[in-house]
Design a protein around this ligand. Structure first.
Ligand SMILES: Cc1cc2nc3c(=O)[nH]c(=O)nc-3n(C[C@H](O)[C@H](O)[C@H](O)COP(=O)(O)OP(=O)(O)OC[C@H]3O[C@@H](n4cnc5c(N)ncnc54)[C@H](O)[C@@H]3O)c2cc1C
Ligand code: SF4
Length: 481
């Protein structure tokens, strides 16, 4: 270990002239599998310490990026790790899967000046993976024991971040999740080639060893109502994510082998985890040797096309109704998918699905972009007479997600929702319309990002702590601290 540290220290800071011209292209790997110590130091050394940390401002967690880059460049890796984990409950996960081109890296001043961003996410991943390898990641310890208990519904990044912060403050925390594994979309949405599942599992194990209770295969609404959880706990945090897949309205959409994106990704992730997955083994949800058509232009669509390529599909096409510049997904993901052989059919819409029992083809309309709509994006208009047909043995619908009907599911008609079905919370307290019930993550924001879910989990822990203190103070003025 000492030898390795010496290697860090002896590496000189690289001047711009010594940097490879193609640093950006070659520094990006799917999960930076080849990211080595020298590269981390080299990249960290590229940070100009510009004094206007736009990277930090555009990181939802306000990570102290310039300082941990400086420490990495100086070979002070353990200190870099301490600083990095101080503001982020899952830094090695964010380093892998944040769309950095839209967040920290997209706002790096070196990137802005045309010299290619410092690969912040890759360095973050490197620092924190090294911390796990070298045993620097400490067990979760409660600072004191409190008698109050908190119930958390949902073991995704929002629920897990809140659980960790609340447990550290000493609360007894129970996390309920309807899945058989904790992690939410980190486990069952995001593919393994972007986020290895053992990386999530070791975080969950640390939380369980720190005294957080996980009740898995427990669906709130089926196994207990929200009211029952309120009676069990002093406060409840709802972090259930958004899972209702948006539908396509087109003739033939009911044919076999036209599947929702999450069914497809869950089957692939379960297979990777070694579970028995009959729908995959039957070929239903396996893209091998198939002509695959994915409909949608977001990150979920990108995950589907890239998973299908890895399953040895015969061909993979992606239909998106706008052009490349108006795509919601990360440009880096699109570039990766293109490099891997995905055929993007920009400005297209599925007009109908062809086949007898299973899908055999997709009838497609060509689109032109008209005047901007209310959101400022140009609205798609069909070009008459320009239709064409694409062969398909598997069509995957990846049009995004809406919230489930939580007031109904939770038997809680008083739970107030927005017109989109997301939970309404008071921004300053994160409390829903029901006293002592807080909410955050995708169920409040709508489909968003892991890093925002972590931010919400951390903020929720702080407001829940305040709420409990205030309640205790109201009962016995000297009891709260
Ligand atoms: C395919 C896909 C790929 C993505 N890729 C990225 C990416 O690369 N980078 C990125 O930053 N973001 C990505 N996202 C978005 C990101 O995963 C989410 O924004 C994030 O996971 C939201 O966290 P959450 O904790 O709010 O909800 P979730 O992660 O959805 O977790 C919610 C949990 O609540 C549980 N739950 C729901 N209802 C109940 C109930 N009634 N009772 C008990 N448990 C319940 C669910 O089982 C789940 O475990 C992706 C999303 C998808 C769908
Ligand atoms: S958490 Fe995400 S946005 Fe923040 S520094 Fe890490 S990769 Fe960048």
């Amino acid at each position: 270990m000492a030898e390795k540290m010496l290697k860090f220290i002896s590496l000189e800071r690289r001047t711009p002239e010594k940097r490879p011209a193609d640093a950006r292209t070659h520094d990006f790997h799917e999960i930076y599998a080849e990211y080595i110590a020298e590269k981390a130091v080299e990249q960290a050394s590229r940070c100009s310490q510009c004094g206007v940390p736009f990277c930090q401002v555009h990181c939802p967690l306000s990570n102290n990026i310039p300082d941990w880059l400086k420490l990495t460049a100086e070979g002070r890796l353990e200190e870099a790790y301490e600083l990095s984990q101080a503001t982020n409950n899952m830094p090695e996960i964010c380093g892998r899967i944040c769309p950095q081109d839209r967040l920290c890296e997209g706002n790096c001043v070196i990137e802005q000046s045309g010299h290619g961003t410092v690969t912040i996410g890759a360095v973050e991943k490197y620092i924190n993976d090294t911390a796990w390898e070298r045993g620097w990641v400490k067990p979760l310890v409660a600072l004191r024991q409190r008698r109050e208990t908190i119930g958390i519904i949902g073991a995704g990044p929002a629920g897990l971040a809140a659980a960790e912060e609340l447990r550290r403050k000493g609360y007894r925390v129970t996390v309920y999740d309807r899945h058989d594994r904790a992690g939410g979309l980190l486990v069952y949405g995001i593919p393994n080639f972007k986020l290895e599942k053992d990386v999530v599992a070791r975080r969950v194990k640390r939380l369980a060893e720190g005294g957080i209770e996980f009740k898995l295969n427990f669906e709130v609404g089926r196994d207990a109502s929200l009211e029952e959880l309120r009676r069990r706990h002093d406060a409840v945090f709802v972090a259930t994510g958004v899972y209702k897949a948006r539908e396509i309205e087109a003739p033939g959409v009911g044919l076999g082998r036209i599947v929702p994106a999450l069914d497809y990704l869950i089957a692939s992730n379960r297979k990777g985890l070694g579970d028995a997955v009959p729908e995959f083994d039957s070929g239903m949800l396996d893209a091998k040797n198939k002509d695959v058509v994915v409909i949608g232009g977001g990150d979920t669509a990108m995950d589907c096309v890239r998973t299908a390529m890895r399953q040895s599909a015969k061909s993979v096409s992606c239909l998106y109704r706008r052009d490349r510049d108006n795509m919601p997904g990360s440009m880096r993901e699109v570039a990766n998918a293109e490099e891997e052989g995905v055929d993007f059919k920009w400005l297209t819409l599925p007009k109908g699905f062809l086949g007898k029992t299973d899908v055999e083809g997709v009838r497609i309309s060509r689109i032109r972009l008209g005047l901007p709509d209310a959101s400022g994006r140009k609205s798609p208009e069909e070009i008459k007479g320009a239709d064409f047909t694409l062969k398909a043995d598997l069509a995957i619908k990846a049009l995004g997600f809406d919230p489930e009907d939580l007031p109904k599911m939770f038997a809680a008609p008083d739970l107030s929702v927005s017109k989109w079905g997301t939970l309404r919370v008071k921004p300053s307290t994160m409390m829903t319309s029901i006293d002592g019930v807080f909410a955050g993550g995708d169920i409040v924001r709508g489909a968003s990002l892991v890093v925002w879910a972590i931010r919400d989990g951390r903020d929720a822990a702080a407001v829940i702590h305040k709420y409990i203190q205030q309640k205790a103070k109201a009962l016995v003025p000297q009891a709260a601290e």
